[in-house]
Design a protein around this ligand. Sequence first.
Ligand code: 7RM
Length: 630
Amino acid sequence: MKRITTIEEYHTEYAKSVKNPEAFWAEQAADFTWRKPWKEVLEWNFEKAETKWFVGGKLNITENCLDRHLANRGNQTAILWEPNSPLEEARKISYSELHTMVCRMTNVLAQNNIKKGDRVCIYMPMVPELAVTVLACARIGAIHSVVFAGFSAKSLSDRINDSECKMLITADGGFRGNKTTPLKDIADEALLSTPSIETVLVHKRTEQNINWTEGRDKWLHSELAKVDANSVATEMDAEDPLFILYTSGSTGKPKGVVHSTAGYMVYADYTFRNVFQYKEGETFFCTADVGWITGHSYIVYGPLLAGATSLMFEGIPTYPDAGRFWEIIDKHQVNIFYTAPTAIRSLEAAGLDFVKPYKLDSLRVLGSVGEPINEEAWEWYNHNIGKGRCPIVDTWWQTETGGILISPLAGITKTKPSFATLPLPGVQPILVDSDGKEIVGNGVEGNLCIKYPWPSIIRTTYGDHERCFTNYFATYKGLYFTGDGCKRDEDGYYRITGRVDDVLNVSGHRLGTAEIENAIDEHPLVIETAVVGYPHDIKGQGVYAYIICSGEIADEDKLKKEINETVTKIIGPIAKPDKIQLVKGLPKTRSGKIMRRILRKIAENDMANLGDTSTLLDPDVVADIVKGRV
Ligand code: 7RM
């Protein structure tokens, strides 16, 4: 498959993609294995939140990730797995071995009554079997819903119940740094309130003691031993759902973002090859977890569709020390490295002594994703990791977009620190003001929308299409609204400035303020709470919680500890407040709305810009809060 190789070619391809999107994407889709060709490239109506790509086409994405590669690269490593402990041996799984593993796993699913369209929840550590179960679901036509293994029992059961999953695939436990996570214990707690689950498959990883529910729980290795290695992939419609992935929004519970088969496939492959300028035989290392969209698109699907070697790392960047990423890069001769600004900042803080022992000379391209990358981190990454010779691709995208939308093409697009630069072919960004009026020209700032569908755009929010419409297509009529603010500079380059809604980005993890508030409210002493974000050196954003409690609090530290425990229990440790301030009142308008703008300014320590507080019900609370700032 061809990819763009010069900036001139980028501009012509971009122009083609805008002038005739259907012809453009039909060309990109042509080289895949299709069981039946599509009849219509695109049908869409943003006013109904409806998009269909490659209508009438039939395929199975795993035939494109696996079977298609067997003839040419059966013996090439597909998944290169690096364990949590550097003392344990790495695993190299070739395309032909991965094919066999996925086929067996597919047969296990079939034997356990999983059929096309069923939902399967996956709650696993970063082991190859996680990728294998994801692909096995896709092969049989079941809709996978991967839940990040750092989420709590409550988050897991909510997600299982929202999409009525029939099966849960988990592990006894997971290794992360010097800790083990008791995944099966957490799952057992979740399973107390998940009536739809019939079967639980358990992968053995840590060999810790676990409880067992006869009839429901089955060891994955015993199930795999019972089946053979032949499996014919289920024929799927282009628009059949491929997966659900829950993500936080500005209101209440996380929503199940649904992606469908063909459009997602074409776009994951196209963006992987073009953005990173992947060259045959290279090793690609994305440090995300498969529990997030970045892992779905750029550990599993994108690299495998392109026939690359995808490095999957079980552990964390700081174990056994802060040189682990760099050690892995040298050990496995990684060519393309893709990580998050928060990781870059924390490894920068650890100091250069952890970088110096490594050559890093296999690296050709560096990537960044998940949050805005500040100039300082960009320069550090460029200088100390890329040694000034590796282009950095700052890739902007979202769970809902399925793949990268705005990004440089490595080595082709001239980069600028902290700019995602230009839209990829097929992507038509527009900036609008708060009334939805387009902001034209350069040197401007506004809310980022996309005015035309790309193949991997969100199809629906599971079980509630209205919510998909309201969230993404109702704010500005006829446009997909990203929730991000954005600048377009004099060169037409895009710089994402961050969320303009009540969504926080903490260490690259998306969290809704309402979601955290609901969790804090569960503490028996809490009457009311308001959560905002504030700039944090390492995390990008930190969580600042203002809390009103009932009665006099004798031991504030104890209370704060309990609140952290409550949030950890309800959402997971990633959502724990960094700062908790007990307050007597919250700044509210006469209609009872909390004025978050003021709370954000106080959390940022920007007292000069508190703005107009005269419309508040009780202006005095502001002075009290400023005084008690933590
Ligand atoms: C891929 C992913 C999406 C939100 C998005 C932005 C922020 C992501 C960048 C970025 C600035 C970037 N999906 N974001 N990438 N901001 N520059 N390169 O992260 O659904 O979890 O989050 O993340 O605010 O809306 S996500």
